[in-house]
Design a protein around this ligand. Sequence first.
Ligand SMILES: [Mg+2]
Length: 158
Amino acid sequence: MVKGEKQKIGFDLDGVLADHKKIKKKTADKNYIYGKASLGAGVMAGARGALKTLGKDHEVFVISRRRPDNRRYARKWLKDNLDFPKNKIFFADRDEDKAKIVKKLGINAFIDDKMSVLKHIKGRTGKFLFDESEVYKKDRYGSIKVVRSLKDFLRLVI
Ligand SMILES: [Mg+2]
């Protein structure tokens, strides 16, 4: 990442832009959470502000792992809640495939709430772990920086 230059910023969807905490309280079934019920997910605190601010000078992408049959719900949620452009949304089948998309798109900074996703990303991409419940105690794990909020992330990337 070079500050002051136009960056490509990538966001994970579930647990980063979409807040599933309320739905998760009702069910532990992941297929349910990421299926039609995902349309009821909240917008993560700070997400609208972060996308608006970053969108001014940078290019913003969503890279999500959703099963093919659940992708339409992700697209709809992003449109309805964040008016997110369809052509900037990418889907992976597995965690490690997210890293391939990050590389292909030339993403400069990527934020995800799963450590295993970030560990697959090699090269100079800035890696940020979104950990609002403070499961990870340190500020960084190797080249992976831990942020507690999207506001924190914003401060670090621009
Ligand atoms: Mg996630």
